[in-house]
Design a protein around this ligand. Structure first.
Ligand SMILES: C[S@@+](CC[C@H](N)C(=O)[O-])C[C@H]1O[C@@H](n2cnc3c(N)ncnc32)[C@H](O)[C@@H]1O
Length: 323
C-alpha cells in the first residue's frame, strides 16, 4: 500500500520554502513529503535518500513530472555525508546549469523516521504481527551499518559475517542477550519472560512470534492499550536496522550539510527516537547560545489527521534552525 505521509502541512509550514529552495529528504519513502515540498517550491529541488531499494522503485513513479527535480540515492542516512560528497552532489561551488544537482548544501533537511506502509503492509518483509511472513524486518540489504549500542549484536554480526535479520537475532543470541535487546530497543518491562518463551518455542514467522509473546504475558497485559507484541517487534526492527545508531550518526552530518539559516526537521514515532532528537537539538542550542529550536514542544497531528491516518497519532515533529 502507498504510504500516507504524516504532518505534511506542518512540515511545509515550518520550512516555508522559497521558489528555488533545496531539500534533503533523508527518508524519501514513497515521496509524499517531497511532492508537497516541490509543489510549494516552484523551482525547488530535492535530493532523496532511502535505505530500501524497493521503496525507491515506487518513488519516481509516484512523483510523476515532479521527479525531474528529484535526485534519488539508495543509502542509509548514517552515511549521508559520504553519499553526497562521493556522489558529487555536494561541491564547493554549484554548477551554473539550473537543472544540476550540484549543491553547496541544503536549505531544508527532513527525517521522517522508521517504517512506511509500503514496508509494513508487505507480509514478505516480516515487519508486522498482523500478517504472516518470515522474520526478516530488514529495510534493505545492508553492506554496512553503524556499531550497535549492544555489544552482543556486534558480536553476532561478526560471527555471521553479515548484519543479522530479526530471525537471526532471535536465534543467534542467548536468552539473556535477547532479553536485553527487547528491553533496550523496545522498553519492554516483560523482556525476561518474553525472551525465555522465544528461546523455548523457536518461532520462525511473524505470526508464530506474536503468538509466543501473547502466550508469555499475563492476561492483564494482553488487554492493554497496545498489542503485547508491539514492543518486541519494535525492538527487533530497531536492532536489525540499527535505527537509533543510524539516527545518532546522521544528525550532526545533517546539520553540517544545512545552509546557515536553514531548517532541520525530524518526525519521530516513539520515545527512543524522540529522546535522541530532543537531546541533540538541546546540545546544539546550548553550543550556539542562540534561540535555534523552533519547536519548544513537539508538533503533534490534529484530531482530523489522526481520524484519517492512525499512524499520525504517535508522530512528533521537532525542528531546529542552523545559526
Ligand atoms: C516513514 S517512511 C518515510 C515516508 C516518506 N516521508 C513519504 O512521504 O513517503 C520512512 C522511510 O525511511 C526509510 N529509512 C528508515 N531508516 C533509514 C535509514 N537509516 N536511512 C535511509 N532511509 C531510512 C525507510 O526505508 C522508509 O522508506
Amino acid at each position: 500500500m502507498r504510504h500516507q505521509p504524516v504532518l505534511v502541512e506542518e512540515v511545509i509550514k515550518i520550512f516555508s520554502p522559497g521558489s528555488n529552495s533545496t531539500l534533503l529528504d533523508a527518508t524519501i519513502g514513497n515521496g509524499g513529503h517531497a511532492a508537497a515540498y516541490l509543489q510549494a517550491a516552484a523551482h525547488g529541488r530535492v535530493v532523496g535518500l532511502d535505505v530500501d531499494p524497493a521503496a525507491l522503485q515506487d518513488t519516481r513513479k509516484n512523483l510523476g513530472d515532479l521527479s525531474r527535480r528529484v535526485h534519488l540515492i539508495n543509502t542509509n542516512f548514517a552515511y549521508l555525508n559520504d553519499a553526497l560528497t562521493g556522489g558529487g552532489i555536494i561541491a564547493s561551488a554549484p554548477l551554473p546549469t539550473s537543472g544540476s544537482f550540484r549543491l553547496t548544501g541544503f536549505d531544508h533537511i527532513l527525517f521522517d523516521l522508521g517504517i512506511g506502509s509500503h514496508q509494513l503492509d508487505n507480509p514478505a518483509r516480516g515487519f508486522s504481527f498482523q500478517t504472516n511472513g518470515p522474520l526478516n524486518m530488514q529495510f534493505g540489504p545492508a553492506e554496512s551499518l553503524p556499531d550497535a549500542e549492544l555489544i552482543s549484536l556486534n558480536h553476532l554480526a561478526r560471527r555471521l559475517r553479515h548484519f543479522p535479520s530479526a530471525h537471526e537475532i532471535v536465534h543467534g543470541l542467548t536468552e539473556s542477550e535477547l532479553s536485553q535487546v527487547i528491553r533496550h530497543y523496545g522498553e519492554e518491562r516483560l523482556s525476561g519472560r518474553i525472551a525465555a518463551a522465544i528461546k523455548t518455542a523457536h518461532p520462525s514467522t511473524t505470526k508464530d512470534l506474536s503468538a509466543v509473546i501473547t502466550d508469555a504475558v499475563p492476561l492483564s497485559y494482553r488487554r492493554g492499550r497496545i498489542h503485547p507484541a508491539t514492543r518486541t517487534f519494535q525492538a527487533l526492527r530497531l536492532a536489525a536496522n540499527r535505527e537509533l545508531e543510524s539516527l545518532t550518526t546522521a544528525l550532526p552530518q545533517a546539520l553540517h550539510l544545512l545552509h546557515h539559516g536553514g531548517t532541520l526537521a525530524v518526525i519521530s514515532f516513539h520515545s527512543l527516537e524522540d529522546r535522541i532528537v530532543k537531546n541533540f537539538f538541546k546540545e546544539y542550542a546550548i553550543l550556539t547560545t542562540k534561540q535555534t529550536i523552533l519547536t519548544r514542544k513537539p508538533i503533534r497531528a490534529h484530531e482530523a489527521e489522526i481520524a484519517k491516518n492512525n499512524r499520525s497519532r504517535s508522530a512528533k515533529l521537532r525542528a531546529i534552525k542552523k545559526t
